[in-house]
Ligand binder design. Structure first.
Ligand SMILES: C[S@@+](CC[C@H](N)C(=O)[O-])C[C@H]1O[C@@H](n2cnc3c(N)ncnc32)[C@H](O)[C@@H]1O
Length: 257
């Protein structure tokens, strides 16, 4: 399954902005969900490693391993390795994971790009120690006022659907209660208001990767895509402090029996 958002330097810049935007709801989620310091935490789909370091810092894990199947992202992440944080080039749809059985597996904004969610989660459960936790954060909804944001989201939604993925993957995930030896321990939606400038920056950077893809060429005129790009660029100005876009992040905690 192709990862639609790419692993270029621009894609890595987008993930840096995303890391800044979502650090606060993720930190709150981790502190609510985890009582004990994990010996080994594994961050699946870690990108350049921002979430991996956040996990390590917030939970004071003895060791944290980030896994990603992008050579470029893992090479960037490896530059930030410490005694307590390491990275592996690994496709997380393949088992076993390289770092060994984990006390905690963490996944943010990855299941939206994968298929067969139930069997994926069942597989990950096998990589947990008994009593270990699987923490998932994915998008439940996005509320927005501006047409330019609505246009962008409509395109991303259609691109994901075209390869049988779901942008709003929170609701189906919340439908899973006990799954693959895991028990659901908590589920909530945490809201995050985002500055227009930050949302526009993430969206603008993201479309640099896919704006000339076959799917876009087949479904949208170059004029439409140019207009979208210019609209996002104009909103990305940092002096723009308005917040007219809000994410609902589904935060799920499962525990291995
Ligand atoms: C949207 S990014 C999220 C990165 C990070 N979890 C965060 O929240 O900042 C999705 C990441 O998953 C990675 N990815 C996609 N499919 C993967 C797979 N099958 N195995 C490992 N990593 C994968 C991509 O390379 C990308 O780094």
């Amino acid at each position: 399954m192709e990862y639609l958002f790419g692993d270029t330097d621009i894609a890595a810049r987008r993930l840096k902005v995303l890391a800044e935007v979502y650090a606060e709801p993720t930190r709150a989620f981790l502190l609510d969900a985890v009582a004990d310091e994990p010996r080994l935490a594994v961050d699946v789909g870690c990108g350049p490693g921002y979430t991996t370091h956040l996990l390590s810092d917030v939970l004071q894990c003895e060791h944290t391993a980030g896994l990603d199947n992008s050579e470029h992202f893992v090479s960037l992440a490896k530059k930030t390795e410490t005694e307590k944080v390491s990275f592996y080039l690994h496709d997380v749809t393949s088992l076993p994971f390289p770092a060994g059985p984990a006390d905690l597996i963490y996944c943010r904004m990855l299941l939206t790009h994968l298929n067969e969610l139930r069997s994926q989660i069942t597989d990950w459960a096998t990589q947990l120690q008994p009593g270990g936790l699987l923490l998932i954060e994915e998008v439940e909804w996005i509320h927005m006022e501006k047409d330019v944001f609505k246009d962008y989201i409509k395109i991303v939604d259609a691109m994901l659907e075209h390869q049988s993925n779901q942008l709003y993957v929170g609701p189906p995930l919340d439908g899973f209660t006990d799954i693959g030896g895991l028990k659901k321990r908590a589920s909530r939606v945490r809201r995050k208001l985002v500055k227009n400038s930050q949302a526009a920056t993430m969206f603008f950077l993201n479309m640099q990767f896919w704006k000339e893809s076959p799917f876009i060429r087949a479904n949208h005129s170059p004029e439409t895509i140019d207009r979208l790009e210019q609209g996002l660029y104009a909103l990305s100005d940092e002096s723009n402090r308005e917040m007219e876009i809000e994410w609902g992040m589904r935060q799920l905690v499962y525990q291995r029996a």
